[in-house]
Design a binder for this molecule. Structure first.
Ligand code: ADP
Ligand code: MG
Length: 470
């Protein structure tokens, strides 16, 4: 039933499972069939993405927020001097000092600070007071107390940007919850806290997220970069859009030709437009997740969820007597017990033609398995990973067609992309198939939330000086 008579479609499917028991094989393939798309479905996903993107950019109801970042240009190779970055909302809280010369990073200093849980859920003034204290400590340590230091603020929370340096917090996520900050401008709160101390000359010039930082960091490595992509715990993308297509623009325009748009694609489909690809496995993952019914697209593709999708499928196959002789283990039945790094390790076996990683993992789960069970587990990991690669590729190919550039580098960051052994290969293949003739490459651009933010501060300084002159 999953067979394909279309050669492009077949190229997007994984190799068939080969088991000695034909009936079992067919039942397993049928159970996973919906995870491999027909060409019609692939096209429909692309059309829906494009339509949501158009709606979002025209400020009509859409699951794509299409945030204006107000970053109208990329590094041009003249960036020079010392710049700070503050990274809040990622795995670590950090202050970074970048030294730039001819647009290249010539030196980088980083200090991690510990954020007490109490600060994360207390009053906003205390939180921002602490951030300012860390900046001040770092600046003193670097002997830069008297220096004028532009700062780029990576604030990885949902925000509405009103200018390059105005970001209104929509809601806290992760482990943060300081209610008094919701609805306020995080940049102004940081500026006020720095001002209250009065012991440094740090100027907060820009607020951004990791996706935007990745695009900008990619542009330093390769000036053809025009798309930024995150494939880590979560997923998001941003791209350079023509400024005349962007409706939402608060404040004065200065003849900008283009601007980075943060798509916020993790939420793609939250309004139901992607329900036609949702499987029972996805519904179960969603139901058990922290934020049910939101981040629909992210739940199909990102590191936080791929392992859990695999686990849910394995449990279902076992319950139907198609795996492990029908006997699951306690660990396999526990939610989130199957991290996405396991999926990468099992995929590595498939690439190498071995079974060692898969056996080690199944042993950790106290499962009794046969050689054919191993083949099934590998097949499940392959199908789930492949769907992630295909979904990301469908959207990226639509962006490439929309942007219509002669040559585009896609800057990517995130551990899923970095460590999964096949994602990149699949993405290269699928984007070529779906955006034929469009020249592109995927480039690993690490630390957008650190380096990228420092470079955005340099761009912001250049813009500020230019607009003051005119
Ligand atoms: P973040 O997204 O928080 O900035 P990363 O980009 O490092 O951080 O992504 C971390 C996530 O990547 C983990 O939550 C996990 O889901 C996924 N991950 C970590 N290691 C691997 C791996 N070896 N293979 C695939 N995914 C991984
Ligand atoms: Mg990250």
């Amino acid at each position: 039933m999953c067979e394909s008579n279309n050669s492009v479609e077949a190229a997007m499917h994984v190799a068939p499972l080969e088991l000695s028991d034909n009936r079992r094989q067919q039942q397993i393939e049928a159970a996973l069939c919906e995870l491999q798309f027909t060409m019609e479905t692939v096209k429909k996903i692309g059309r829906v993405f494009e339509s949501e993107l158009e709606k979002g950019i025209h400020e009509e109801p859409s699951s794509l927020q299409m945030e204006n970042t107000y970053i109208p240009e990329l590094p041009d190779g003249t960036e020079k001097g010392k710049f700070l970055a503050l990274d809040l909302g990622g795995t670590n809280f950090r202050v970074i000092l970048l030294e730039l010369d001819d647009g290249k990073v010539t030196d980088e200093k980083v200090k991690h600070y510990h954020l007490d849980d109490e600060l994360k859920v207390g009053c906003g003034d205390r939180l921002f007071g602490f951030l300012a204290e860390c900046i001040s400590d770092f600046v003193k340590e670097q002997n830069l107390t008297g220096a004028r230091l532009p700062l780029g603020f990576t604030f990885s929370f949902p925000m509405i940007q009103k200018a390059l340096d105005v970001g209104i917090l929509v809601t806290w996520t992760k482990t943060f919850n300081c209610p008094s900050v919701v609805g306020k401008d995080a940049v102004q709160m940081l500026k006020d806290a720095i001002h209250r101390r009065g012991d440094t000359h740090v100027e907060v010039l820009a607020v951004l997220n990791d996706t935007t930082g990745t695009l900008v960091q990619g542009a330093v490595l390769d000036n053809r970069t025009a798309i930024g992509l995150i494939l880590g715990t979560g997923s998001n993308a941003c791209y350079l859009e023509r400024a005349d297509r962007v409706q939402h623009w608060e404040g004065q325009r200065h003849g900008e030709k283009q601007v980075i748009i943060d798509i916020e694609w993790g939420a793609f489909g939250d309004n139901g437009v992607l329900d036609f690809i949702k499987t029972d496995y996805d519904r179960e993952v969603d139901k058990n997740s922290l934020l049910a019914t939101s981040f629909t697209f992210e739940k199909y593709i990102s590191g936080k969820y791929l392992g859990e999708i695999v686990r849910v499928i394995l449990v279902r196959l076992t319950a139907n007597g198609l795996l492990f002789d029908g006997i699951a283990s306690k660990k396999l039945l526990s939610q989130n017990s199957f991290p996405t790094s396991y999926v990468s390790q099992i995929e590595q076996d498939t690439v190498d033609g071995g079974n060692k990683n898969t056996e080690d993992i199944l042993d950790k789960f106290n499962l009794q398995y046969t050689t054919e069970d191993i083949a099934v587990v590998k097949y499940v990991c392959e199908v789930v990973s492949n769907r992630s690669a295909l979904l990301v590729s469908i959207c990226l190919s639509r962006l490439l067609i929309r942007m219509d550039r002669p040559d585009t580098t896609i800057a990517v960051d995130g551990s899923l992309f970095k460590h999964h052994p096949r994602l990149k290969t699949w993405m290269n293949k699928y984007i070529q198939l779906l955006a034929p003739g469009k020249k592109f490459r995927l480039l690993l651009a690490e630390d957008g939330s650190g380096k990228g933010a420092g470079i955005v501060a340099a761009i912001a300084l250049r813009l500020k000086e230019r607009f003051q002159e005119t």
